[in-house]
Design a protein around this ligand. Structure first.
Ligand code: SF4
Length: 538
């Protein structure tokens, strides 16, 4: 196997024996075979689009199938095999309907998966993402940047599509990018161009997701979320899928079961159409990388709705379920029927006492923040508010991530901290006070809500009649997986400069590509907290 798509990649280069995330070589081979199959499908889809007749179901399927290859999403060879079969069925259907050919893509277009999983694994091992030492390192780096950006786009497109928000241009871009990645016919500047377009398309898909979430569940409002628990039966819901949470809240109404959020599901408490359920009680645990310890302590079943699953431990293996794109071999996968999960919650002990562990405040998405924009602008003008930090992104296991905790704790009292993503668990319960009634620490939501931060930054720039780069605003981001890559590309597409990125830079960025990013956008790795704060604040 060769996988270097996330921040915790082996030795900072690539996972080659087994994934640090728990991905076995067999699963890596299945995911590689799936991506290869999707490239063949994409070429025919691209051709069909030229004839103006593509069924949008193919775009939806492609997004869902790509999503299965993101970090910590689907480790189940059988589910991956089913996706490969479905991709082949779509490909053959398009081939017969519309035809099309690209000699450089012949192999992907004609790929026939083996009948057995072992056979597909053998095929996948030969068509994986092995680094081609003879290829231009910078072109290869841009291809990987594009692939991982497309993975982020696919994840957001899948979330938006579930709630009825789609744009055929997003699917078209996925087909175009996959076709380009299969043919590898382009020059360096063309790859760079496609990478930037990925950022543009990702901005569109994040906008779609924002519309999807706010149309379905309302605009988030400031909401106190208990961190403790109360006596009673319980279910824990992790991941990002708000629709799954809504379905579960409906299905458990009146059953005496409390629903707790975990990880990236925490911001769900701020949505009016979710918080109206009194049994959506509180948040349990912290970010994804602590689940092996935390899930063992939860006295009810657990539902994983999107990425972030780690190998289930024996102590809770019998009471964890997956749904949506997530999969783990041997773990029961639920469609939209949560009866089995609910029955297990009724059988399990639940909490036998009530414990108050304080609370955190969520719900500061763009509408709420822009609702106090006048106050923010006035505070900047009169000097009460000197600087705004956006400290956002994913959490992870590396020790260097304490940087983000220390940074937030050391921000001066005349600064605001906007945050989003699960990286906030390192400081989300800090009481930083307020500036003229505005809390200094504002949780804008999931990593999926990066669009909110962009909207606020653009609105402030308009109010001050300047560019986002001229605002007293600094972006200090933590990345882990491929959605973060696509968000970074969107920020670069918008021309946002001087982003600080950590805890380490992506292994797949070559020195020359990094130089372009540094020269053009001023991207810099995080340094020490003291050095970064004094550089930012002058
Ligand atoms: S997803 Fe990350 S940890 Fe998992 S195999 Fe790939 S690079 Fe390694």
């Amino acid at each position: 196997m060769y996988c270097n798509q996330c921040e915790q990649t082996g030795r900072g280069v690539a996972c080659t024996v087994s994934g640090v995330c728990g991905k076995k070589p067999e699963v890596a081979a299945m995911q590689d075979a799936l991506l290869y199959t999707l490239k063949g499908l994409a070429m025919y889809a691209h051709e069909a689009e030229k004839q103006g007749e593509l069924d949008s179901e193919i775009g939806r399927f492609t997004a869902e199938a790509i999503f299965a290859t993101l970090t910590n999403v689907n480790f189940d060879p059988e589910r991956l095999a089913a996706l490969i079969k479905k991709a082949i069925a779509w490909r053959e259907d398009l081939k017969h309907q519309f035809g099309g050919s690209r000699p450089a893509l012949d192999a992907a277009m004609k790929f026939i998966p083996a009948e057995t999983i072992d056979g597909i694994i053998e095929q996948g091992e030969k068509i994986g993402l092995l680094i081609d030492k003879k290829a231009d390192a910078d072109i290869q780096s841009l291809q990987e940047l594009l692939l991982y950006g497309v993975k982020g786009v696919a994840a957001y497109a899948h979330h938006a599509a579930i709630l009825g928000q789609e744009d055929s241009e997003v699917y078209s871009f996925m087909f175009e990018a996959l076709t380009a990645l299969a043919s590898k016919e382009m020059e360096l500047t063309e790859w760079l161009d496609l990478v930037m377009r990925c950022g543009q398309v990702n901005l569109r898909v994040m906008e779609l997701l924002d519309t999807a979430n706010t149309s379905a569940f309302g605009h988030p409002v400031p909401t106190e979320v208990p961190l403790g628990h109360r006596a009673g039966k319980c279910i824990l819901v992790s991941g990002h899928d708000l629709e799954d949470l809504k379905l579960l809240l409906e299905a458990t109404e009146g059953k005496g079961i409390d629903i707790y959020t975990h990880g990236e599901m925490l911001p769900a408490h701020g949505y009016p159409e979710l918080k109206k359920y009194p049994h959506l009680f509180g948040n349990f645990g912290t970010a994804w990388q602590n689940q092996k310890k935390e899930f063992a302590d939860f006295p009810g079943p657990i539902l994983m709705t999107t990425n972030c699953i780690q190998e289930p431990q024996a102590s809770y293996r019998g009471n964890i379920f997956t749904t949506g794109p997530v999969g783990w071999p041997g773990i029961k996968h639920l469609a939209k029927d949560f009866t089995e999960l609910i029955n297990m919650a009724l059988k399990m002990p639940g909490f036998d006492n009530t414990e108050d562990k304080g609370s955190v405040l969520v719900g500061f998405a763009h509408q709420t923040v822009l609702g106090v924009a006048d106050k923010v602008i006035a505070a900047v003008k009169n000097g009460d508010l000197k600087h705004i930090f956006l400290v956002g992104g994913c959490d992870g296991a590396r020790p260097g991530r304490n940087y983000y905790t220390e940074l937030v704790e050391n921000t001066p009292s005349d600064t605001l901290v906007l945050t989003l993503g699960c990286g906030k668990y390192r400081f989300y319960d800090r009481k930083l006070g307020d500036i003229q009634g505005i809390p200094r620490l504002l949780d804008m939501g999931q990593c999926n809500d990066a669009y909110s931060a962009i909207k606020v930054a653009v609105a402030l720039a308009e109010a001050f009649d300047c560019t986002v780069n001229d605002l007293p605003l600094s972006l200090v981001l933590s990345w882990y997986e491929q959605k973060a890559v696509s968000i970074l590309l969107s920020l670069l597409y918008l021309g946002i400069k001087d982003i600080r990125l950590g805890p380490t830079l992506p292994a797949f960025v070559s020195p020359n590509v990094l130089k372009v990013l540094v020269d053009s956008f001023g991207i810099k790795p995080i340094n020490t907290v003291d050095q970064d704060l004094s550089a930012i604040l002058g």
